[in-house]
Design a protein around this ligand. Structure first.
Ligand SMILES: Nc1ncnc2c1ncn2[C@@H]1O[C@H](COP(=O)(O)OP(=O)(O)OP(=O)(O)O)[C@@H](O)[C@H]1O
Ligand SMILES: Nc1nc2c(ncn2[C@@H]2O[C@H](COP(=O)(O)O)[C@@H](O)[C@H]2O)c(=O)[nH]1
Length: 297
């Protein structure tokens, strides 16, 4: 008997141990998806990143799909056929087209089910977006509200870095040039507003919930840039109530109110572009309905 194992046997044992460890790591990733701790899209994106994530990269697409609640082996097979992905493929082995087809499919499924870590709240002027957002800021501190940059001046009581980052035109130009904004738009034909991207990426990477309260033009840009976002359109109970809220707020001149109401008609006509519609009859109820989207099944 040799005093030590011969090298091939040592290799075999080490390889077997490594294979068991890898299987366990993949099972842990599948369990995270099954429990909703991570979305399948997050796992796929991680697998396609440059990071050293062997479990995600070696996870079979079929196993990722069947970890999603409601998808069994037959459905997974059908989806892979639809996306032209071979049954044995692992996430890390997908080509560019297959990656984008799978990402689009996962994002569309998440949107349809109204579940995402990124929720965009939009709607016509004076419907109550700011009021509902403020309520969420107070009552649901685990939701990260994005702080936009704007070229408009602060109103009384507004705090720089809390309500907005109040910047001048040169700084806004720089942010656009340096690609720091996820989206931006000129709102109500007056000032520019934009969503700084780095804090959103950081929060989403940490698995946190993020909400943007932005106008319709911005919501469309976010949908294109981040298809996993759930887009919510906040509606007034009636047109008359919207007018009442705008006039009652008393922050715009009669001329500005008329201009905003014209824009509101166009915006209301676009509500079908959104994933979810919520009527803001009662602030607390509307806020709850928005926050529930982060945990929708
Ligand atoms: N559910 C509600 N019931 C009654 N009044 C409401 C409700 N929600 C908001 N309001 C009131 O409607 C007015 C407009 O609300 P808010 O300023 O939040 O609208 P907004 O959508 O953010 O407007 P804008 O896009 O013009 O900034 C405010 O006076 C607010 O107090
Ligand atoms: N496209 C974006 N729109 C934004 C952003 N932040 C706010 N807004 C929208 O602007 C109007 C006016 O806001 P106000 O505070 O001046 O009354 C409102 O409809 C917001 O939804 C943004 O980053 N991008």
């Amino acid at each position: 008997m040799p005093a030590h194992r011969n090298p091939p046997e040592v290799d075999r044992v080490a390889a077997a141990r490594a294979a068991v460890a890898a299987r366990r790591a993949r099972a842990a990733v599948k369990a995270q998806v099954a429990s909703g701790e991570r979305s399948a899209l997050e796992v796929a994106r991680a697998a396609w990143s440059d990071d050293d994530l062997p479990a995600e990269k070696s996870l079979r697409v079929r196993d990722l799909l069947t970890s999603i609640s409601g998808i069994g082996p037959a459905r997974a097979e059908a989806v892979m056929g639809e996306l032209r992905i071979a049954p044995s493929k692992r996430l890390g082995g997908l080509g560019t087209r297959q990656r984008s087809a799978l990402a689009d499919w996962l994002a569309a499924r998440g949107r349809k089910r109204g579940a995402s870590k990124l929720v965009v709240l939009a709607g016509p002027t004076a419907v109550g977006k700011g009021t509902v957002s403020a309520y969420i800021r107070e009552q649901y501190p685990d939701v990260n509200l994005s702080v936009s940059a704007t070229t408009r001046k602060p109103r009384p009581g507004e705090v720089d870095g809390v309500h907005y980052y109040f910047v001048d035109d040169d700084e806004f130009d720089r942010m656009i040039r340096d690609r720091e904004l996820l989206e931006w738009a000129v709102v109500h034909n007056s000032y520019r507003y934009g969503t700084p991207r780095p804090p959103i990426d950081r929060a989403l990477d940490a698995g946190d919930k993020v909400m943007l309260e932005i106008d319709l033009q911005g919501a469309r840009q976010v949908r294109d840039a981040m298809p996993e976002a759930v887009l919510v359109f906040l509606l007034p109970p009636t047109w008359e109530e919207l007018v009442r809220r705008l006039i009652g707020r008393g922050t715009e001149s009669a001329e500005e109110q008329a201009r905003r109401l014209e824009t509101a008609k166009v915006e209301l006509a676009a509500q079908d572009e959104f994933d979810v519609r919520i009527v803001n009859s009662h602030v607390g109820t509307a806020a709850r309905e928005v926050v529930d989207l982060f945990t929708a099944p």
